[in-house]
Design a protein. Structure first.
Length: 195
């Protein structure tokens, strides 16, 4: 009879402990696998981006110094509410050749500094993607399309890179030009070189 008492005590203590452990595990699993909170819109259409307001106008600086060039940004979508793009301490990426995609721009964009992309030719889809990122994410980027370099390399110290260099992920900091101030509108650009 003594053996039965030990079995009854083991069952009386063990079963409630087992049930408590199972119940706790079920609750923990429900919390971790519970309903996913809505993360918001994951995709924006071109019409939704076009309907977004332009980035707010930056504090205007009196930029009479520097060099005025007769070229503007590649798309009006880059401009702020005043129709201008104004960056301080901008990096200038000069690109030789065609065939540039957003993938090649990930390295220079990841540096989280204002970036000016100067190229002889840019795919309209790439320009649209950059404009969408400028408007939706307030990414500090502007693209300028110009034949040749229009003297930008000399003003900023930028080293033109081939698209093949960008495809290989080769974007050394020394190849990026610098401008203390970059101001552009649809028709003109003023560059104050960094010292």
């Amino acid at each position: 009879m003594g053996d039965w008492i030990g079995l009854v005590v083991a069952l009386a203590v063990g079963v409630p402990l087992l049930l408590a452990a199972v119940w706790g595990d079920v609750r923990r699993r429900r919390r971790s696998e519970g309903p996913v909170e809505d993360a918001g819109v994951g995709y924006l259409t071109a019409s939704e981006i076009a309907a977004m307001p332009a980035p707010p106008a930056a504090a205007r600086h009196d930029v009479e110094a520097g060099t005025l060039l007769p070229l503007g940004h590649a798309d009006p979508g880059f401009a702020d509410a005043d129709g201008r793009v104004e960056f301080s301490d901008a990096r200038i990426l000069m690109i030789r050749g065609a065939g540039l995609t957003m993938r090649e721009l990930m390295v220079p964009l990841s540096r989280h500094q204002p970036l000016v992309i100067v190229a002889e030719e840019l795919d309209p889809e790439l320009v649209d993607t950059l404009v969408a990122n400028r408007r939706a994410l307030h990414l500090l980027v502007v693209a300028v399309v110009t034949p040749g370099d229009a003297g930008i390399a000399e003003l900023t110290g930028a080293e033109p890179l081939d698209v093949s260099d960008l495809k290989a992920g080769y974007v050394p900091e020394e190849a990026l030009g610098r401008a203390a101030t970059w101001v552009s509108d649809a028709e003109t650009t003023r560059i104050v070189p960094a010292e």
